[in-house]
Design a protein around this ligand. Structure first.
Ligand SMILES: [Zn+2]
Ligand SMILES: [Zn+2]
Length: 251
């Protein structure tokens, strides 16, 4: 499947792969990639870079929201092949190395197989390498951490720690564009969800669901009117209202 590239702002692109999104930030010829899809999304990922006039060599940094396989898919490929640094929150670095795994198990999925959409989704996950052992061998904490403010990479995103889905989950804020790249802390749809619009994923996807709900307050405090989630379409509207709606639906 080809990846579907949507330009959402100047130099900002949301890309839909196989049931998961990634974001390309472009500054001149240099790119930052936020998340990398499933391992099986590689072809689509490379095509999306070409579609915005880039290439894997032009990717100055890979930022990861969290180290689940649907976001980490080609991070090691880019690091090993092109020397691209792969940055995460310090708490997420050992997760990316697979020192431990905070991901729904086969048992979790089976217990939730009665939910609409879960069985076809799980079949798909296996096809695109979602259950593969796919660590990053040398992930790095954000440079300069715990400094406040933007990372010195193309697009100058500001990482914001939003733990719960995993310990080191981060969203990335683009303050001047009013954009929040929200990963799996706040989504607008999912193959296993029957509702559309701002929401959190089913409980079995989260390491600590209570902290996911608490992190919605952190996201809601960010100034913005465009949400680029890890799953689902772009959501336009105040980020504060999106976070509130997800919180109401979660309770
Ligand atoms: Zn996830
Ligand atoms: Zn995900």
């Amino acid at each position: 499947m080809r990846a579907e590239v949507h330009q959402v702002a100047d130099g900002t692109y949301l890309v839909h792969g196989h049931h998961v999104n990634w974001v390309i930030l472009k500054d001149g010829d240099a790119l930052t990639l936020v998340d990398t899809g499933y391992p099986g999304d590689r072809e689509g990922l490379l095509a999306s870079l070409a579609q915005v006039g880039g290439s894997p060599e032009a990717v100055a940094a890979v930022l990861i929201t969290h180290a689940h396989n649907d976001h980490l898919g080609s991070a090691e490929y880019l690091r090993a092949r092109h020397g691209t640094p792969v940055y995460l929150h310090p708490a997420e670095v050992p997760h990316a190395r697979r020192d431990f795994l905070q991901q729904a198990t086969i048992g979790d999925v089976l217990r939730n197989a009665w939910r609409p959409g879960v069985v076809p989704w799980a079949r798909h996950v296996i096809q695109v390498g979602g259950t593969r052992h796919n660590p990053v061998t040398a992930p790095e904490p954000f440079p300069g951490f715990p400094g406040e403010g933007p990372l010195e990479v193309p697009g100058r995103p500001v990482p914001v720690h939003t733990p719960g889905h995993t310990d080191g989950h981060c969203v990335y804020h683009l303050p001047s564009a009013g954009i929040v790249i929200s990963g799996d802390a706040l989504v607008s749809g999912h193959a296993t969800s029957r509702i559309q619009g701002p929401q959190i994923l089913h409980g079995f996807f989260h390491h600590e669901r209570d902290r996911v709900v608490a992190s919605l307050d952190v996201i809601g405090a960010l100034d913005g009117d465009t949400l680029l989630p890890g799953h689902g379409p772009v959501h336009r509207g105040p980020v504060r209202a999106a976070a509130e709606q997800a919180r109401e639906r979660a309770s």
